[in-house]
Ligand binder design. Structure first.
Ligand code: ME8
Length: 530
């Protein structure tokens, strides 16, 4: 755990880590989908802090555009008021759920407006923006012109609504000029877009998609005044996606903030597959136009569905994270989200699967290990971590499981495979539970000749729990701190580092432990009635 003697000045220069979530539209309350992406970002940033890296997490709200304007019109309210109302809902939800973001950005923030205008001017001056007439099918839900691929039976596939035919004179970013280098870049950096299925999707988009031409980046004020004004034409505002993507730069102090260069070079975007195209095509080309390289990775996840339908505001089948928090405790819900979704694939949400997961992994496996270890330490070792005897084969197995858990965590986190990282860590809890069953300290304690064996068993389980409390801290921040506190290690847990503090044998002997209520009470579902 945290070493009080550690001198930060003597440590090697730390690596950097920068993670972003999409900035969410301010037209509805946060739901399970937004919560998932935000929790993944929070887990990653906590993990990188645990590794001692200079880490930064950005989230926030996307406030301009027609979608938000429409909601304000419908309600007869000023658009600024609606935007603030929903932006506050997101911020309050993340605060209530303990999300450790470093900045919550709003696209209505003054520094963002200034950055967007300076980038627009820069791209305009470079001759990459042109004025022309355009005609097409526009979906307000997507906030963009649709291509054939985006429609089925004349309706937008994502929003199940008919697009509007629109003809307008607008400014265009000459995005298609960039497609050849972008395709090469994606080929040469095979894990830039991951998992692989999304990389292939983008490559085929670049090869085949007929409508993927230049990007219309303006909206005439006569139709929509809610947006950032183009610095080179006051009759237009900036297209919401061009404005929104730039938040990833504003958020870390572009262009000359002290950490900008370091963090940008370590940027990991997290997005749902619905916004693959803007992130994989619009954004890298925009960055190139201002001389910046793409993010390190674009990590793309699938949808949470309920009854085979994507959870979304427009379909009205939302699951509220705050209600889940009230019913099950947020950490249990958070665990379920991270453990049940294979990162990249769709997943189906139901309360039955949530309860089954909580009971199996948290109540039975981890929770039981904690209560059995601490109860027996109380009963057979006066509540203190005892001095062990020599390790035998069963102890070696637990120790090996701890080493493998650390290695598995590192391997899977570097690939954003959080479900697999958790699986690796839980194998240590499995192994420690198996070990307890094998050593049976509750029986051995009756035989004075086995006193040393009992001490060794309890020591081994306390040490496994200490290591688990560190490895689980990115996933279960509060409960892992609680495990550490019951082991008498609350202070050390705060500054723990992966590697030096997760080596076997670090638990101080003789420290006073405390049992306590079940960490994750079993959830009894209502009995079925005939
Ligand atoms: O697209 N399953 O905002 P948005 C999983 N403002 N994730 C889901 C989901 C679901 N059913 N539904 C939503 C926007 N999400 C733009 C982004 S970024 C510069 C601008 C998550 O409020 C997922 O991360 O519609 C998805 O990409 C995002 O919410 C869309 O949020």
């Amino acid at each position: 755990m945290g070493n009080p003697m550690r001198d930060p000045a003597s440590e090697p220069m730390s690596k950097a880590f920068y993670v972003t979530t999409p900035i969410y539209y301010v037209n509805a309350e946060p739901h399970i989908g937004h919560t998932y992406t935000t929790v993944v970002a929070d887990t990653l940033v906590r993990y990188h802090r645990l590794c001692g890296e200079n880490s930064f997490m950005l989230t926030g709200t996307d406030e301009h555009g027609e979608k938000v304007f429409e909601v304000a019109e419908e309600r007869g309210l000023p658009v600024e008021e609606v935007a603030k109302h929903y932006s506050d809902r997101f911020r309050e939800a993340w605060d209530a759920l303990g999300i450790s973001y470093d900045r919550f950005i709003r696209t209505t923030d003054p520094d963002h407006k200034q950055v967007v205008q300076s980038i627009l001017q820069q791209v305009y001056d470079a001759g990459e923006i042109e004025f022309r007439e355009y005609e097409g099918d526009y979906c307000v839900g997507c906030e963009r012109f649709l291509t054939e691929r985006d429609m089925k039976d004349g309706l937008c596939i994502d929003h199940e609504r008919a697009p509007e035919a629109r003809k307008e004179a607008n400014y265009f970013f000459k995005m298609s000029d960039h497609f050849p280098w972008l395709a090469d870049y994606i080929q040469e950096h095979p894990d830039f877009i991951r998992p692989e299925r999304y990389r292939n999707e983008v490559l085929s988009m670049l090869r085949e998609e007929s409508g993927l031409g230049d990007l219309c980046i303006s909206r005439p004020k006569s139709r929509l005044h809610w947006g950032i004004e183009l610095p080179f034409d006051p009759d237009y505002v900036c297209y919401v996606w061009f404005d929104a993507l730039i938040n990833y730069l504003t958020g870390i102090g572009y262009p000359d903030g002290p950490d900008f260069e370091t963090l940008w070079g370590a940027c990991e975007h997290l997005v749902g597959k619905d916004i693959l195209k803007p992130h994989a095509v619009f954004w890298p080309t925009m960055l190139r136009a201002i001389g910046l390289s793409p993010a390190r990775h674009l990590n793309v996840h699938g949808y949470w569905n309920v009854d085979n339908k994507k959870v979304s505001k427009s379909l009205g089948n939302m699951i509220s994270p705050l209600i889940m928090q009230e019913r099950y405790g947020f950490e249990a819900f958070r665990y379920f989200l991270l453990r049940d979704m294979v990162f990249g694939l769709d997943s189906s949400f139901s309360e039955e699967s949530l309860v089954a997961r909580i009971n199996a992994d948290l109540a039975n496996n981890l929770g039981n290990l904690v209560s059995r270890t601490l109860n027996m330490t109380k009963r057979f070792a006066e509540g203190r971590v005892p001095e062990p005897g020599p390790a035998e084969e069963p102890e070696e197995r637990v120790r090996k499981a701890a080493e493998e858990a650390v290695a598995g965590l590192q391997r899977h986190m570097s690939r954003t495979e959080l479900h697999r990282a958790l699986e690796s860590v839980f194998q240590l809890a499995d192994e420690a539970n198996r070990y307890l069953e094998e050593r049976e300290p509750w029986k051995a304690a009756k035989d004075p000749e086995l006193a040393e064996r009992v001490r060794t068993t309890l020591y081994t389980c306390c040490e496994a729990l200490r290591i688990l409390s560190i490895l689980l801290s990115p996933f279960l921040p509060e409960k892992s701190a609680e495990i550490a506190a019951r082991l008498g290690l609350a202070d050390a847990h705060e500054g723990a580092r992966l590697g030096e503090d997760t080596r076997w044998g670090g638990i101080p002997l003789g420290i006073e432990t405390r049992k306590g209520d079940p960490l994750f009470p079993r959830i009894e579902t209502a009995p079925e009635t005939d």
